[in-house]
Ligand binder design. Structure first.
Ligand SMILES: [Zn+2]
Length: 401
């Protein structure tokens, strides 16, 4: 990284934190803070076991040290500044992490030569000039949509099955490729690690016994599965038949598929009202259970189990900048806003004035209502909030005016 770019990053972060909306940190004095501080020689330096008495003291630190990433503990400690085993954990917020990188969705990976800007599909060295290739994962609207769908599933279950009201579910755009959900309600904070693991198991359907949810291969009397997983698996199954997803399942023979196809309308009518005796007649037990597994797979929540189970986990500071892309971790008001949330519109840094950047490579993308790129090894004038994205992604350097 050029020294000019390094100074630019520090300047942008410092100016941002002077005016940033940093929301209240509940019981701030009991939290451990941790930061990645940019350093020209060392890369990033970790500073942790730090504590603040109020948000303004935290703000002063952010303006002065300009961390690339800022976090605080989900846990509340008696001694947040001491070593891990001496901190004395009291309780912890319940947090969830949904990251598009862990979801089954097509990712746009690009390998960019930082010398000549050529884009390759793989490898370590540039074919043209022998320069080093840097692997970049670009965020696509499809990835973000997938992440928001998972988040929607998560809040729906937390609300309907666990009785946590929607207004107690705090949803955040993570600042990069996904969403965080947090609950700070008192009874939730008191939950132990094994209890958190049980919640995770429930959400990801680990070890689920479908028969206990009213889904049986034998038996003529249909039981309405009611709410919960029975209903979700039931609905998932209906969707699989409705949109013809079963045609892609290689465990079904052509004859199985044909039988489902011929009876499709009747199967759907039955699933809607009476169960699935007709679908069972089309398949043997093994295949029927495999279709149920597919339904579980689309219905369960694809979250990072470790984040929720580990009470000592760090939570990215709301309102802070994400060091991998230069977007802000912002609060998403509610599930309706989640549906239409566009980070390249809502999570941009508040700097619209233009600056000059040498861009190695950038795909075409939308930000702040305008379209940018594609660029290849060229100097372009860009709004600071857009140029920052490319700089933080390692795709551009700052150019002298
Ligand atoms: Zn090259």
């Amino acid at each position: 990284m050029r020294i000019l770019t390094f100074k630019f990053i520090r300047d942008v972060l410092s100016r941002y934190y002077e005016r940033a909306e940093i929301e209240d940190v509940p019981k701030i004095g009991m939290r451990e803070f941790a930061f990645f501080i940019p350093d020209l020689k060392e890369g990033d330096i970790v500073e942790r076991h730090i504590s603040f008495t109020d948000v303004e003291e935290l703000r002063k630190y952010l303006i002065d040290k300009t961390p690339r990433d800022a976090y605080y503990s989900a846990a509340y400690y008696l001694e947040p500044t001491l070593e891990m085993d001496r901190k004395n954990l009291v309780e912890a917020d319940l947090i969830f992490d949904i990251d598009a990188d862990h979801l089954e969705v097509e990712k746009e990976e690009i390998f960019v030569c930082t010398r000549c800007g050529v884009k390759e599909s793989s490898g370590d060295r540039c074919d043209d000039c022998g320069g080093e290739l840097r692997k970049i994962t670009w965020i696509t609207p499809t990835m973000l949509k997938k992440a928001s769908e998972e988040t929607y599933k998560l809040v729906e279950i937390l609300s309907n099955d666990f009785g946590i009201p929607y207004n107690e579910l705090e949803i955040y755009f993570s600042g990069h490729r996904g969403y965080h959900v947090r609950v700070t309600t008192e009874w939730v904070r008191k939950m132990t690690q094994p209890e958190r693991k049980e919640i995770v198991d429930y959400l990801i359907c680990r070890g689920i016994d479908v028969e206990r949810h009213g889904i049986k291969f034998r038996g003529d009397i249909f039981q309405d599965p009611g709410g919960g997983w029975g209903r979700r698996i039931f609905n998932g199954l209906k969707r699989i038949i409705e949109i013809g997803e079963y045609r892609n399942f290689d465990f079904l023979s052509d004859n199985d598929k044909k039988r489902i196809e011929i009876n499709k309308e009747r199967i759907l009518m039955e699933i809607g009202e009476k169960g699935f005796s007709l679908l069972r007649k089309c398949l043997d037990r093994g295949k029927f259970m495999k279709i149920i597994e597919k339904s579980i797979e689309v219905s369960r929540v694809h979250l990072d189990p470790v984040v929720t189970q580990d009470m000592h986990r760090l939570f990215r500071l709301p309102g802070s900048v994400h060091g991998k892309i230069g977007l802000i971790k912002v609060r998403v008001k509610d599930v309706d806003e989640l549906r239409s949330f566009d980070p390249f519109e809502w999570a941009l840094l508040p700097f619209r004035e233009e600056g000059k950047f040498r861009v190695y490579y950038s795909p075409r993308f939308n930000a702040g209502g305008d379209t940018y790129g594609p660029y290849q090894n060229e100097v372009v004038s860009l709004p600071i909030c857009v140029g920052t994205i490319l700089v933080f992604k390692g795709l551009a350097e700052v150019e002298r005016k």
